[in-house]
Design a binder for this molecule. Structure first.
Ligand SMILES: [Zn+2]
Length: 332
């Protein structure tokens, strides 16, 4: 499905082979000199078919494109870009901070190698063991994975002729995550930084940022301070109302403020590890308990709780002590 968002911008909805997230929004920016793709999805024959059909609706072929921009290196945003980098010689651009995690795909074995140690420190050794024994997903084992042709830095501008794209570094969901602003129309292509219905995970990166929540909240403030921008997310419905990006960024800031307050209270009540805290909190929009979640979501839940504890410690509100390799938190 292709949606026109003015003369110079269009959205092509692409399928995903996932249970929770069923589609990703690929954007096409059409200038007088360059036509650029943003986030062309998860490398698969189904994606390629949908992408070619969407381009055809716009009167385009891959030969009309000049480059591919990606908001971050996760499979659903970056892998089809890589496939076309090889097939159509289209240079892929990616935020520089994602370098760490891409190299960790070359250097580290297993599905979630860094998370195993983090879970042990979070007081969840059994969960750590389960994650350690989890093989890499089949689709990850045979996916070509590589570095991009070019790195993006904050403020980089691509002038496409009559329309431009400005990279806004928004670390958090991943360390190198970037949003793309189209200043002429006030659109902000937010990738997974600001999503309309979900609170993006900050505990899923292969080479994680120890203060991912601090980075994420700072990046949310960048968007919250831009009252004119319109939200074009990588998943879910676009909202072309001016200010929609800031409104959603403020909701996400509020969500985390509430979680930080809840966690501060749980620590005051005697829960000292991230695992203890995660067991006492509601998860997902349905308010599930930790043990009701599947394995990978239990992992991200415990690590999300940990990210909040680390931030509270960083802010001087909690203090941390390590006992036998497990981090315990208490009021400062
Ligand atoms: Zn995504």
């Amino acid at each position: 499905m292709t949606v026109h968002l003015g003369e110079r911008l269009a959205l092509i909805e692409l399928p995903l082979p996932l249970e929770g997230l069923t589609s990703v929004n690929c954007y096409v920016v059409r200038g007088d000199d360059e036509t650029v793709l943003v986030d062309p999805g998860w490398s698969s024959p189904a994606t390629e078919r949908a992408l070619l059909a969407g381009l055809e609706e716009l009167g385009l072929t891959p030969g009309d494109l000049s480059r591919v921009l990606t908001t971050h290196h996760h499979w659903d945003h970056y892998t089809q870009a890589l496939a076309w980098q090889g097939k159509h010689d289209l240079p892929v651009h990616l935020g520089r901070g994602d370098d760490h995690s891409i190299r960790a795909w070359f250097d580290l074995e297993g599905a979630f190698p860094r998370q195993v140690g983090l879970l042990r420190a979070a007081g969840a050794p059994a969960l750590a063991e389960e994650i350690a024994n989890l093989p890499a997903e089949v689709h990850e084992q045979d996916m070509d994975f590589d570095l991009p042709a070019a790195w993006l830095d904050d403020g980089d501008v691509i002038d496409c002729g009559g329309v431009s794209i400005r990279a806004l570094a928004t670390p958090g969901h991943t360390r190198g995550h970037v949003c793309f602003e189209v200043p002429e129309s006030g659109f902000l292509l937010t990738g997974d930084h600001v999503l309309p219905r979900i609170s993006p995970s900050i505990a899923y990166e292969r080479e994680p940022d120890p203060l991912s929540l601090l980075s994420y909240l700072s990046s949310l403030r960048l968007v919250a301070e831009r009252p004119e921008l319109r939200l074009l997310p990588a998943h879910g419905a676009v909202d072309t109302e001016p200010g929609s990006a800031a409104t959603r960024a403020r909701e996400l800031l509020q969500h985390h403020a509430e979680r930080l307050e809840l966690i501060t209270g749980l620590v005051a009540d005697g829960r000292s590890t991230a695992h203890d805290v995660a067991r006492s909190m509601p998860w997902t929009r349905r308010g599930r308990q930790l043990h009701e979640l599947d394995l990978v979501h239990r992992m991200t839940a415990v690590l999300e709780a940990e990210a909040h504890l680390v931030l509270l410690e960083h802010q001087g509100l909690l203090q941390r002590s390590s006992v036998d390799g497990v981090d315990h938190y208490a009021a400062a």
